[in-house]
Design a protein around this ligand. Sequence first.
Ligand code: 2PG
Ligand code: MG
Length: 399
Amino acid sequence: MSVIKEVEGRKILDSRGKETVEVRIKTDDGLVAIDSVPSGTSTGGHEDILVEPGLACKNINEIIAPQIIGQDVLLQNVIDQKMLEIDGTPNKARLGANATLGVSLATARAGALSAKMPLFWYLNRLFRKVSGVEIEPALPIPIMVMICGGKHGGPPRVDEGKHVEAGNNLCIQEFSVIGDLQTGKNIWHEIEKILKQRKIKYNLGLEGAFSAQLQYDEDALEIIDTAIKNLGLMLNQNIRLGLDIAGNNCQMTNENVINLWRNYNIYSLEDPFSERDWEKFGQLKIELSQANRDYLIIGDDLFATHKTLLQKGINDLVANGIIIKVNQAGTLSEALEVVSLAKKANYKCVVSHRSGETTDTFIADLAVGVAAEFIKSGAPIPKERLLKYNRLEEIKGEL
Ligand code: 2PG
Ligand code: MG
């Protein structure tokens, strides 16, 4: 048994140069587990509250730590539950979901060390307990963003005195390729070649995708299409296209979405509408299910990795996929419960990074442990994104 001896929260910088929280847990038998917390740029209204990172660290060090020191690290659920009790609000407004998540993830890492198991196996064991289902770990398929718009790429912005992104007029936030890592890398490089040949100015957006000076969403899709063709590839079961419309910030009609889906042979549609437009989601699902082709309607901001919202979505027949973001849930135990509910309703799960990331690779192990169908970790280029894809390659060898 390994008992928690020290818990320390401290501030580090994320991929956007913003402060976030890192947590270090030490046990009585000398184990050290470290984890850190991501955060979003296009955040939804239902996400749990993140408090200012300095305050989150103070909450970890002064409020959470004294309550969980002495606990067995294997008791993930007890520790997560304890934090919910101390917080006492419906959305972690007191402690901050960044405080609770950091502690929760570091606890799981310490648990895996204590159980002498690779993290994905340990998470699989926790997931079996939560879901009551004997599910085997499995590798997810990467959803890799190639071109970005919306809040991730969009009009030139100045943040704290620095110009941070190239501008473009695209409404859709993420234009992605779904397939294996090498194919994703090849397509990314081919897109860069096309942008250079056509003398289109570009920069890299928050997740390593091209933020290019394009006028219309269709222009981005045409470039991805050309890149795929130039490489002698074609869209099929192994290479598919996905969009994160991020509908809170990009208004589209049902007809717009269906036209894109049909004309560009798209598979997945994340947040096609705003998180308030439940009826439009339901209508889209009816229309896509009448066309004789695979589709995936994914709720991200719509569900915010919350059980109650997902249950509403299941009842109202609004989607068939869900984004799982641990920081929307605020603790690992709550995220596992959401995955469990999703699987029971035959929803496909996409374990996802945030636009503000660290070099932490927890989500790769999580995706494998819960046998998520997909993982979304940005373009296969920036270090903080690539590390997660590479961790999957490493796990492939271990499986
Ligand atoms: C999303 C995410 C990740 P953000 O909308 O799915 O790509 O973006 O982290 O900015 O919310
Ligand atoms: Mg999204």
